[in-house]
Design a protein around this ligand. Structure first.
Ligand SMILES: [Zn+2]
Length: 197
């Protein structure tokens, strides 16, 4: 039945003119759900600037975001908040771990009046051990290298008794040592076992 929908009331309904997309063939409102959205937009822009603006101008998009996605936005905010909490917890844990970490500087007597100084624990403070060793070597004009201690952990061994100077360097936050808190420094002296030379 081809009835003309005459409205008895005074409220006139303007004719709905559905425009179909030349690219994806959907009504323009549905282009974004198709798989050729970019092409759809390009095509429409060439075809009909006004219509394009109606759908895709910044104003139109802002309006759409403002009305459509209250729910989505809430969800997004929740998700973001959860992510942030997670990151915060992780940072807290990392901080605790750092505070619990100690940098041990040990003076070790190797032979009569011959010492080496070991520095252990810097990696907990994101110090590149190789760079630190290089820095110590340059500062003291001596040998310094990264070696494994008997426990299999990396540490820096510097030739000579420079423990006091190392402590000072850490306290002063020199170079790569800048993020090592001085409260975490422990100085130890390892005496040569009796019966040696
Ligand atoms: Zn389309």
């Amino acid at each position: 039945m081809a009835s003309t929908t005459e409205q008895p009331t005074s409220q006139a309904i303007p004719p709905i003119k559905v425009r179909y997309c030349e690219v994806c063939t959907f009504p323009l409102e549905y282009c974004e759900f198709g798989s050729s959205f970019t092409k759809c937009k390009e095509s429409l822009l060439e075809e009909d600037q006004d219509l394009y603006d109606k759908f895709y101008s910044e104003e139109a998009l802002a309006k759409k975001i403002g009305t459509l996605s209250v729910e989505d936005q809430t969800k997004l905010e929740k998700d973001t908040a959860a992510k942030e909490v997670k990151a915060e917890k992780k940072a807290d844990a990392a901080l605790k771990k750092k505070l619990a970490s100690q940098v041990t500087i040990k003076r070790i007597e190797r032979n009569k009046r011959k010492f080496v100084t070991s520095v252990h624990g810097l990696e907990a403070f994101d110090v590149d051990l190789k760079k630190a060793a290089k820095q110590f070597a340059q500062k003291f004009a001596t040998g310094a290298s990264v070696t494994k201690n008997p426990q299999g952990q990396d540490e820096i061994v510097i030739q000579g008794d420079v423990s006091a100077d190392v402590v000072e360097m850490i306290e002063d936050g020199v170079g790569v040592l800048k993020n090592v808190p001085k409260d975490n420094i422990v100085e130890v002296e390892e005496k040569k076992k009796k019966g040696g030379d």
